[in-house]
Write a new protein. Structure first.
Length: 55
């Protein structure tokens, strides 16, 4: 969504428009995926292995 704010717009109108845009954004975020992936290996160990493979 694009919100056009012209120069000279009062701060209260800007805050109102920003609040409208923020209210329309879905609040699911990444938390909906928390705990969904089965982990057989420690995430830190996996990260170290992946980084070592690049070298």
């Amino acid at each position: 969504m694009v919100t056009i704010i012209k120069k000279g717009t009062p701060k209260d109108k800007i805050k109102k428009r920003v609040a409208e845009v923020v209210a329309k954004v879905p609040k699911n975020g990444i938390r909906q995926y928390a705990g969904k992936l089965p982990m057989e290996i420690d995430p830190l160990e996996y990260q170290r292995n992946v980084r070592n493979e690049r070298e």
